[in-house]
Structures are given as C-alpha cells and as structure tokens.
Design a protein around this ligand. Sequence first.
Ligand code: ADP
Length: 345
Amino acid sequence: MSDVTKEQVVQALRQVQDPELRKDLVTLNMIKDIQIEGSKVSFTVELTTPACPLKAQIQKDAENAVLAVEGVETVDVTMGANVPVDKKIENLTIKNIIAVGSGKGGVGKSTMAVNLAVALADCGAKVGLMDADIYGPNVPTMMGVEALPPTPQGKKIQPAEAYGVKIMSIGFMVTPGQPLIWRGPMLHSAIKQFLMDIDWGDLDYLIVDLPPGTGDVQLSLAQTVPLSGGVIVTMPQQVSFDDAARAVSMFKKLEVPILGVVENMSYLEMEDGSRRRIFGEGGGENLARVAGAPLLASIPIDEKVREGGDLGGPVVVKDPESPGAKAMIAMAQSVAARMSMEARQ
Ligand code: ADP
C-alpha cells in the first residue's frame, strides 16, 4: 500500500464546499497545517468566523472526504477561525464594526445587541460592545456592570468587561437617574473617544447599540464610526412602508451594507407547541424586502429574555436552552456568517 500524500488530501478537500460561501475549502484557502503520519491525517480548517453556524457540518464533511482517501484510517480535524478585516477600519485593532439599529424604541434593540455580543464571545470571538444609545443606555444593566474599572496611570481607558465582552457605555458617563442631554458636538466627541481612546485590544467584532430612530442624530452618530455592517431590529406589526424605508435609507446613505433584519417578539410558544402571534406578523419580512437583505431571525417572546436583561445575565449564556436564547444564538451565527460574506467581497 502506497503512502498517503498531501496532494491526495488536498484533492479530497476540494470536494468539500462551504455551503454559505459556495466554494470549496481549498479554493477558500481554509485548509492549514496538513500532517500525515502513516494512515493518520490531521489538518486545521480555518473558518471566517468562530460563530459559523455550519461549523459542525463542515468539520464532518471534511473528515469524511479525507477518510475516503485510500490508505487513510484516522482523521483529526481542528476547527479554527480567522475573521477577515474590514479594510475601511483604519488605525484600530478592530476587524469589524456592526451597528444594531431600529426604527423606534422598545423593540428589543439593546437586548439583541447584548445577546449578539455575548453569543459571539461564547463562540470564541473577541468581542466589544459599545452602547451609543443616548436615550436609554441599558447595556450596563443588561450586562450587570456598573462602572468602568480604574484607568491605570498613563494608560488608555480600560473598558468594563462581562461575559467575555469588553463594554463601553454612554451610561458610564452620567449619573444614574439624571436625564441625558447631549448636544451634537459633545456626542460626536464622546463617540469618537469611545472608539479611539478605549483600550479595546484586538477585536473580531465591535457591536454598536445605536439610539433608536432614523433621524439626524442617528445618522450623524453612525457617520462618526466606520461601520462594516448594520442589523435592523423590528417587530411583527405591519410597519408602514415609510417607516421601513427610513430605517433602511439610514444605512444606505452611509453606504453601510445591511446584514439583515431581526424580527423580535415574533410569537409566544404555547404549551401544545403552537405559536401565538401576539403582535401580528409580516413586519420583519416586509422590512427585509425593502432592505433587500435577509430576515436573519425571528425571536420569540420569552420571559427569560426579559429576566436576563433586568438581572444583568444575558439569556444566551444564563439559559441557553430557552427558546429566546436558542433563537438569538442562531441569530448571532447568521450575523457573523453574513459579515464574513460581506468582508470577502
Ligand atoms: P430597545 O433597545 O429597542 O428600546 P430593549 O432591548 O430595551 O429595547 O427591550 C425592551 C424590553 O423588552 C426589555 O425589558 C427587554 O427585556 C424586553 N424584551 C426584548 N426582547 C424580548 C423578548 N424576545 N421576549 C421578552 N422580552 C423581551
């Protein structure tokens, strides 16, 4: 029996596609470090995000393809990830900046931003969360952090950290209970400072929780940050075409690719398994159509989600088996996959 060669392994892996990027793993340059010892083969598959929804499938496909090579008896596949860099982001150690916005308040925008950040970090990504919601900076409460740690002398400002996510919030800069009054220039310099003067370290993703709405404040704020992609959160009520169009046009004006739409509070799961659509239906789909972007997820109404927010323990890690958490973990994977696809273009 002849020895297994590297060429045979590479050839076999040419048959394995990344179902999302629709190319084979070799063409995508994802195969690293092939080692062959007799009948034993090992290699690494380097994905474009550690939060890849198809990680397990790709691993199995790669393993099976190489097991089919004559002479191979065992295959050891290590799954790695190297998140591609958005070239728009200069002078920062951040690879991608993803904004979470909504046409109006109270739709669960901050809840989505928080759970998106925590779910990505839980997958092994390096994640930061910047709370730019001047009207209701809820991120500190939802993440269970009260203040920034002290800044060591002569060093950059240290972000707070919880659940593996680095956090900066406009809420850290005001006294609790005091209304926030930010004038344009002040707001801009604060946000610029958040970006430049905070010691974020290396980040795969910085998630930005934008203020709700699509007016001038949101537009100019979003202009201050080099955004790689935007996620729009909405609810199932039939949004008017005008509302939808405004939410979409904000990102379009900024030339920020819309990664997709998340519909929150889509349904309530009943004990018999049926779904009650308390807030109607169709809002997410309509908005996605107007945006020309996918509806990435429909998140159920789940009291565990609200509890997690109130108690400062995001549900995706506190109760990952709850329906709300499962849907948000899938949402985070879809956002990461869409970001990878955008970044490769
Ligand atoms: P926004 O940022 O859009 O103003 P929030 O994220 O603050 O909205 O959410 C508003 C309220 O709704 C919070 O109390 C939050 O816990 C709750 N909430 C959000 N999404 C859900 C959900 N899917 N199920 C139950 N409660 C939710």
